[in-house]
Design a protein around this ligand. Structure first.
Ligand code: HEC
Length: 247
């Protein structure tokens, strides 16, 4: 009888299409650290957006080193830690180093675009930059970890950002649920290719500055040429999805 009641109580947790076992505190700490570094680097592109878009300036001085230094300053402000001081032989240190190297690599590869005189909007915006950084990160770390920015299916612009089955279920069943606490991370330990994997989903919400592109009127083209989604401030706009070897 007792076990029957226990089964009844446990069942709703297992009924969702994603596992109920959460990632451990070390996994969550590393995921938060990587998400913060991505956000810190994207923010550098954001504050320099007008400069990047200025057709009258050629060399903008936004080298890989300059962007990385500003990203590190943002990260330090957010966490109180110097990301370069994290032991590079530790799992977190290795991943942070790969991320910082990826930031430099992407900015260097974009120099001709950034410094193009006579062109206003160049298509280099925080979301695109972040995707390129995550791709460069993937090339560096292989199967050690993964990072991607995904979004609810109705919002996805770039096919590469489409959610996989785990991400789609986590967004639908948890992050978009009316009672999901704003900002709370969703995580689970899953099995991928026969190995345990910590999957961590860090939600991001639209703020007013996003709505010039993602807001209304729905269907109208934004400056990047994509139809606006008609989203509202505070809506779940996307998720930083991180895959880690459980620690
Ligand atoms: C200048 C227009 C513009 C602004 C402002 C903007 N975005 Fe986007 N966003 C885009 C474009 C274009 C893409 C596709 C980028 C790519 O993959 O190259 C995109 C992609 C995304 C993605 C990745 C999923 C996808 O659809 O491909 C998320 C999440 C996202 N934006 C959220 C936000 C949030 C949150 C803000 C505000 C902090 C914001 N965006 C501000 C234009 C914009």
């Amino acid at each position: 009888m007792k076990s029957a009641i226990a089964a009844l109580v446990v069942f709703p947790l297992l009924a969702g299409s994603v596992s109920a076992e959460e990632a451990g505190p070390a996994d969550l700490a590393i995921a938060r650290s990587l998400a913060t570094m991505l956000q810190s680097a994207r923010a550098v592109i954001s504050v320099n957006q007008d400069r990047i878009n200025d057709p009258d300036i050629g060399d903008k001085g936004l080298t890989g080193a300059v962007v990385l230094e500003a990203a590190i300053a943002n990260y330090e402000k957010a966490t109180g830690r110097d990301p370069r001081a994290v032991d590079p032989s530790s799992y977190e240190g290795l991943l942070l180093k790969a991320q910082m190297d990826a930031v430099v690599e992407v900015v260097e590869a974009q120099q001709a675009t950034i410094n193009a005189k006579g062109t206003g909007f160049k298509g280099l915006i925080p979301a695109t930059f972040g995707r390129l950084v995550n791709e460069a990160f993937a090339a560096r770390v292989g199967t050690e970890a993964s990072m991607k920015v995904t979004a609810p299916p109705e919002l996805v612009r770039n096919r590469k950002a489409r959610a996989d089955a785990f991400e789609a279920a986590a967004i639908r069943d948890y992050l978009q649920a009316a009672d999901w606490p704003k900002g709370q991370i969703y995580s689970a330990i899953v099995t991928e290719d026969g190995k345990p994997r910590a999957r961590v989903m860090v939600p991001e919400y639209y703020v007013p500055s996003c709505l010039t592109c993602h807001g209304g009127p729905a269907g109208e083209l934004d400056v990047t040429g994509y139809p606006k989604e008609g989203a509202h401030e505070g809506d779940l706009g996307g998720v930083i999805s991180i895959g880690l070897i459980p620690q």
